[in-house]
Ligand binder design. Structure first.
Ligand SMILES: NC(=O)c1ccc[n+]([C@@H]2O[C@H](COP(=O)([O-])OP(=O)(O)OC[C@H]3O[C@@H](n4cnc5c(N)ncnc54)[C@H](OP(=O)(O)O)[C@@H]3O)[C@@H](O)[C@H]2O)c1
Length: 260
């Protein structure tokens, strides 16, 4: 599968790394158009994909990904329209600030489009990608889009009106989790555990807990109840967290993501 991508910054670069990490996409199948600085060219030296000068070079692609900041999306869509490729190349935009409706206003309602918001674990194929498809998308075109993104992690079809909150939780959540890991490790180091071991233990504990929640389908509260024996150490830790407003802090953090 040939993938064309505009932008090789934080997220574009993470996606390119994810495709190569999957082993299913080779460097010669990735066509990258960078912006004004040397970001894409520098990454190309490391990853050996095609660096594209002219839009015409995208003609050999099966799908186009737009991974640039909000203001750059509109001119790129106009440029794709003007390039008038032989077939309508399905477009996936990952720009959080440009809705499918806004893209359709430029490309037309019959153009195959998707808005997909990935998170940073895509670079190791463990991403969560919230996606909304345009109504006009044919089954074969959706297949191409899905195939391109499956290499990067799990796809979660999301109604357009929920894309913001889903992608905020999935996209910004890793920062919350990173802070939690760091804070828990600080506590462990305070009580004598080495820093290196603390990060390893905590990361593995979190992967295990999340996997158990997903695989068992149990309510998080029930899983917590299963670890808290009466008068035990776990419930004492939970009480200390709640006394310090843990739950409220997390809810406020999520509200902060949507600007409230
Ligand atoms: N970072 C995340 O975690 C994340 C998560 C989900 C979605 N997103 C979305 O992904 C998009 C990019 O975010 P980012 O964090 O990757 O930003 P970024 O690091 O600033 O990367 C954007 C890249 O786009 C390039 N660019 C600008 N204009 C271009 C053009 N006309 N043609 C080709 N490339 C162009 C820039 O290149 P130059 O600097 O060389 O000009 C830059 O490297 C945003 O719309 C954001 O909403 C980001």
């Amino acid at each position: 599968m040939n993938i064309g991508i505009f932008g090789a910054g934080q997220m574009g670069g993470a996606m390119i790394k994810g495709w190569l990490h999957s082993g299913k996409i080779q460097p010669q199948e990735i066509f990258v158009k960078g912006g004004h600085s040397a970001t894409a060219a520098n990454l190309q030296k490391e990853l050996s994909f095609h660096l594209v000068d002219s839009l015409k070079e995208f003609a050999a692609c099966d799908v186009l990904v737009i991974a640039v900041g909000t203001t750059a999306v509109e001119p790129i869509l106009h440029a794709i329209k003007e390039a008038n490729f032989e077939k309508k190349l399905p477009i996936i935009s990952i720009a959080a600030g440009v809705s499918l409706k806004e893209m359709q206003a430029i490309m037309g309602t019959d153009y195959p489009l998707a808005q997909a918001i990935p998170n940073t674990p895509v670079q190791i194929g463990k991403g969560l990608i919230a996606i909304t498809y345009s109504e006009a998308l044919q089954a074969k075109q959706q297949e191409v889009i899905d195939q391109c993104l499956y290499f990067l992690g799990d796809l979660l079809e999301t109604p357009a009106e929920q894309l913001d909150i889903v992608s905020s939780v999935a996209g910004c959540g890793p920062a919350f989790v990173d802070i939690f890991m760091e804070a828990m490790a600080d506590g462990a180091v305070l009580h004598g555990m080495s820093r290196k071991l603390a990060y390893e233990v905590i990361a593995k504990m979190m992967v295990g807990s999340a996997s158990l929640a997903l695989e068992s389908g149990q309510h998080p509260g029930a899983l917590k109840d299963g670890v808290t024996s009466p008068g035990g150490t776990t419930i004492r830790g939970v009480a200390a967290l709640e006394k310090n407003g843990f739950r409220h802090a997390v809810i406020s953090g999520v509200s902060g993501l949507v600007g409230e």
